[in-house]
Design a protein around this ligand. Structure first.
Ligand code: SF4
Length: 75
């Protein structure tokens, strides 16, 4: 079954907020002014989580001006 990995390269985030408007179910602004992926784990400087349905995360990925949100298909 196809699953999806969501990832943010947090060191690249400029804190514009686009992802939180496009996909508030998954994205919120953290206290440091940059985006946080809800329910994620930290992997180095990144945050990641797996989901069965990417849902609005495709919109978040498309609307991020610095392309630091990624939606990968995994097995
Ligand atoms: S859209 Fe991209 S740059 Fe803007 S807050 Fe979200 S992750 Fe950061």
């Amino acid at each position: 079954m196809v699953k999806y990995k969501l990832q943010i390269e947090r060191s690249l985030c400029i804190g514009c907020g686009n992802c939180t408007f496009a996909c508030p179910e998954y994205w919120e602004m953290a206290e440091d002014g940059f985006s946080h992926l809800k329910g994620s784990i930290k992997v180095g400087d990144n945050e990641e989580r797996e989901v069965e349905d990417p849902g609005c995360n495709r919109e978040a990925e498309e609307q991020c001006p610095v392309s630091c949100i990624h939606v990968f298909e995994i097995e």
